[in-house]
Design a protein around this ligand. Structure first.
Ligand SMILES: [Ca+2]
Ligand SMILES: [Ca+2]
Length: 105
């Protein structure tokens, strides 16, 4: 713990003056939205580090697949209650069926 935070700080420091101005600090907090190539590179390394379960510094397919699976699982949980699809009312359906307007002989 610790060294990677300094790397994060240094990557956020786009002009390299050792301090974060407002833009740089915003990038520090939201690295995914940055235009700073240094910080994007850091973010990629972080993504790899998170998924790299055998610590060889690379993502193999198994690690990639597990990352993908986590993503899909999270997506499923988020979109769970958005599936409000109008279920046919079982009490209305027969009434519709027997109504005179729907009888085509
Ligand atoms: Ca700076
Ligand atoms: Ca690996």
């Amino acid at each position: 713990m610790g060294w990677w935070k300094e790397e994060h700080f240094n990557a956020s420091d786009a002009d390299g003056d050792g301090r974060l101005n407002i833009t740089e600090f915003n990038d520090f907090l939201h690295p995914a939205d940055t235009n700073n190539p240094k910080l994007l590179l850091w973010l990629c390394k972080e993504e790899i580090r998170e998924r790299d379960s055998d610590k060889d510094g690379k993502i193999n397919f198994k690690e990639f697949f597990h990352g993908l699976f986590d993503l899909v699982r999270n997506y499923d949980e988020e979109s769970h209650n958005s599936s409000t699809h109008e279920a046919d009312n079982p009490e209305e359906a027969p009434a519709k069926f027997y109504s005179p307007t729907s009888t085509k002989m």
